[in-house]
Design a protein around this ligand. Structure first.
Ligand SMILES: Cc1cc2nc3c(=O)[nH]c(=O)nc-3n(C[C@H](O)[C@H](O)[C@H](O)COP(=O)(O)OP(=O)(O)OC[C@H]3O[C@@H](n4cnc5c(N)ncnc54)[C@H](O)[C@@H]3O)c2cc1C
Length: 447
C-alpha cells in the first residue's frame, strides 16, 4: 500500500486525504497549526467562503456535498448598496437552482478532517510544520526534527508553501515563479444577528458596497450574522481624498469613513471600532509557478500551486477541482506518480491561469462596474437571456455553475460575450429597447 504524505491540512489537503484513503492508500497529513477542532479560530482569514458547483462536485464524489449544503446559506445574487443606502439585487443567474453558498471555512475544514480520520489509513499530525524538503530524495523535514520519506508528497500548504520554496531554491531546474501583490488589503468586520437571531440584511445575497477605488462585501453566516470584508488600498496616494488603511489610524477617521461610505451598514456594526483595530489587515496576491512537480517525489496542489485573489470566489472551488482531476489521473495511472503529476500540470495550468486572470478582472468589476449603469443593464440582459434560452450562460455562470466547462473555455467565451453585450447595452437606455431573440442569435455566433 503506497504511503503518501500531505503537507497542510487546510481545505485542499483534508479533502485530498479522503480521496486517497478511498483508493486504499495510507496517508500521513502534517499540519503546521494545532488541531483546529480544539482551538478557537482566529479572525482575519475569511470566516466564510462562497462554495459553488466545482467545489460541490468534488465534495459529492466523497459523499460530503449534502452535509455541507445543509449548513450553508444560499446566495442568489449580489445586493448592491449605494452610498445613499438604496439596494438593488443583481441575480447571479436567470435560471432557478443556480446560486452560490456561503459556508463556514472552519466548519468545512473540520468536517473534512473528521471524515478523513474515519479511514484507518489516515493519520493527522498537528503542530508539525514542514520546514524543508529535499526534492531529489523526496524527504520532508518537520519542525519536530523528524524526517519522513514517503512514496510521494503532495503539498497543499497554501500560498506560502514550504515545498514550493524548496523547488524554487534549486530543487527543480528552471522553476518558474511569480508573485503579484494587489495594492489592496482586506479586513474582516462583523454584523451580528438581530435580538431574535434574525438576519439584519437580506439573508440570501452577497452584499456589495462598491465605491470604485475600494469596496466592502458581506456574506451571511448560518447563525444570522454577516462577515463583512473591507477591500481597501494599503497605502494612500498623493490624492488627499483617497481613503487607504494607512489613513484609518484612529477612531475618528474610521467612523468618518464608514459614516460617509457605508451609511446603511454602520448602525448594524456595534463592534466596528473594536473589530477594525483588533482584526489584522490581510494581503491579497496571485501566485503562479511551474512545473508543479519534483519528478514523482512531490506535487503542488491548491493555493501552493496557484493562489488567486478572492474576487471570483473560486480559490477553494478550484483547489477542490484539482483534487478531483488528480483522482481521475490516479484512476487511470495507478501510482505512476511522475506520469500523473506531469499530466496534472498539463491539464490544470491553463485553467488555473485562466481563473487567476478572471479573479483579478472581477475585482474591478465588483468595485467599479457594479455601480456602472451600463454594467447593471448588461447583467439584466444576461439574466433575461438565461431565463429565455437554456443554452445561454453568462461568463459568471460558466465559471460558477458549469463544472463541465474548463475555466479556460469559460474565460475565452465569456470575454467575447461580455464585450459584445457591453457594447449593446451602452447604446440603449433600457434593456426593454432590445430585441432579445436577435441578441441571442448574435451571441450564438460567438461560439
Ligand atoms: C479573504 C479571502 C476570501 C476568500 N473567499 C473565497 C471564496 O469565497 N470562495 C473560494 O472558493 N475561495 C475563497 N478564498 C480562497 C481560499 O481560501 C483558498 O483558495 C483555499 O483556502 C485554498 O486551500 P488550500 O488548502 O490550498 O490552502 P489553505 O487553505 O491556505 O491551507 C493550507 C494549510 O497548510 C498549512 N501549512 C502552511 N504551511 C505549512 C507547512 N510548512 N507545513 C505544514 N502545514 C502548513 C496551513 O496551516 C493550512 O492549514 C478566499 C481567500 C481569501 C484570502
Amino acid at each position: 500500500m503506497p504511503k503518501v504524505a500531505i503537507i497542510g491540512a487546510g481545505l485542499a489537503g483534508s479533502l485530498l486525504a479522503i480521496y486517497l484513503a478511498k483508493r486504499g492508500m495510507k496517508v500521513d497529513v502534517y499540519e503546521a497549526r494545532g488541531d483546529m477542532r480544539n482551538e478557537k479560530v482566529s479572525a482575519g482569514r475569511s470566516i466564510n467562503l462562497a462554495l459553488s458547483d466545482r467545489g460541490i462536485a468534488a465534495l459529492r464524489e466523497v459523499g460530503m456535498d449534502e452535509y455541507m449544503l445543509s449548513e450553508a446559506v444560499p446566495m442568489y445574487g449580489r445586493m448592491i448598496h449605494s452610498v445613499a443606502g438604496e439596494t438593488t439585487l443583481l441575480p447571479y443567474s436567470g435560471r432557478e437552482g443556480e446560486y452560490i453558498n456561503s459556508v463556514s471555512r472552519a466548519g468545512l475544514n473540520i468536517a473534512l478532517i473528521n471524515a478523513a480520520e474515519k479511514y484507518e489509513g489516515v493519520a493527522f499530525d498537528f503542530s508539525e510544520r514542514c520546514i524543508a524538503f529535499d526534492c531529489d530524495r523526496g524527504e520532508a523535514t518537520l519542525s519536530s526534527g523528524r524526517k519522513v520519506t514517503p512514496s510521494t508528497t503532495i503539498a497543499t500548504d497554501g500560498a506560502g508553501s514550504a515545498v514550493r520554496d524548496a523547488m524554487l531554491r534549486g530543487g527543480v531546474d528552471r522553476f518558474d515563479f511569480s508573485q503579484k501583490w494587489l495594492e489592496h488589503g482586506y479586513k474582516e468586520l462583523h454584523i451580528p444577528p438581530g435580538p431574535n437571531g434574525e438576519f439584519l440584511l437580506e439573508k440570501n445575497a452577497l452584499h456589495i458596497w462598491p465605491r470604485h477605488k475600494f469596496m466592502m462585501i458581506a456574506l451571511p453566516n448560518f447563525d444570522g450574522s454577516f462577515t463583512c470584508t473591507l477591500f481597501l488600498a494599503h497605502r494612500s496616494t498623493t490624492d488627499l481624498d483617497e481613503p487607504a488603511f494607512d489613513r484609518l489610524t484612529d477612531n475618528k477617521a474610521v467612523i468618518e469613513f464608514f459614516d460617509r461610505e457605508f451609511t446603511d451598514a454602520v448602525p448594524l456594526m456595534p463592534t466596528l471600532l473594536e473589530d477594525f483595530f483588533t482584526n489584522p489587515t490581510g494581503n491579497l496576491g496571485t501566485v503562479k509557478c511551474f512545473p508543479w512537480n519534483a519528478r514523482g517525489n512531490a506535487l503542488l496542489l491548491g493555493d501552493s500551486a496557484h493562489a488567486v485573489v478572492p474576487f471570483y470566489g473560486q480559490g477553494m472551488n478550484c483547489a477542490f477541482e484539482d483534487v478531483r482531476v488528480l483522482d481521475q489521473l490516479i484512476e487511470n495511472h495507478g501510482t505512476e506518480w511522475e506520469t500523473i503529476y506531469k499530466r496534472f500540470g498539463k491539464l490544470r495550468k491553463v485553467n488555473t491561469d485562466a481563473i487567476a486572470d478572471m479573479a483579478e478582472e472581477n475585482f474591478y468589476e465588483m468595485r467599479d462596474a457594479t455601480a456602472d449603469p451600463v454594467f447593471v443593464r448588461k447583467r439584466e440582459l444576461e439574466t433575461k437571456l438565461e431565463q429565455t434560452y437554456p443554452d445561454y450562460f453568462s461568463k459568471y455562470s460558466m465559471v460558477t455553475f458549469r463544472e463541465d466547462l474548463p475555466y479556460s473555455v469559460a474565460k475565452a467565451k465569456g470575454n467575447a460575450q461580455d464585450q459584445f453585450l457591453m457594447n449593446v447595452c451602452a447604446e440603449v437606455g433600457s434593456v426593454k429597447e432590445l430585441d432579445i431573440s436577435r441578441i441571442h442569435e448574435e451571441v450564438k455566433k460567438i461560439g
